[in-house]
Design a protein around this ligand. Structure first.
Ligand code: ZN
Length: 129
């Protein structure tokens, strides 16, 4: 029994170390602002589905949960894109690659400008509720 506990503790520690090596710094505020700024699924534009945090550059390709790399995606888009490279996937799905990339760039720099923008977005969400 003691052995099981030790082994489990060791596995948990290994997992923590592995996750610790990757820097995920997207805060809840940033996510809220991102979702508000996109106003729907970043890929297909759906506004009637729950949005999930999708890494534009998949974790398996070195991407992280950061403001630069996360966009809101609906369930079907998130599941379909999975670990694919984003532009190839967009093209395959016949989604508007150019519009996505431009908007992604635009919102990234807008949101990176900081707290004022985040505050505005949070306020907009507040009004909606
Ligand atoms: Zn979608």
């Amino acid at each position: 029994m003691a052995l099981t506990r030790t082994r489990r503790a060791r596995a948990a520690r290994k997992r923590r170390v592995a996750m610790g090596r990757v820097e995920h710094d997207l805060s809840d505020e940033q996510w809220t602002a991102l979702a508000a700024a996109w106003g729907g699924c970043a890929y297909c534009g759906a506004t009637d589905r729950a949005l999930q945090r999708d890494c534009v550059l998949a974790i398996s390709r070195g991407g992280r949960y950061t403001l630069d790399n996360v966009v809101p995606a609906c369930g079907p888009c998130n599941a379909s894109k999975c670990n694919d490279e984003v532009t190839a996937w967009l093209r395959r799905k016949r989604l508007d690659e150019r519009t996505f990339l431009l908007r992604h760039l635009e919102l990234r720099s807008e949101l990176a400008r900081g707290a004022a923008v985040l505050g505005d977005a949070a306020a907009r969400i507040g009004e909606r509720e």
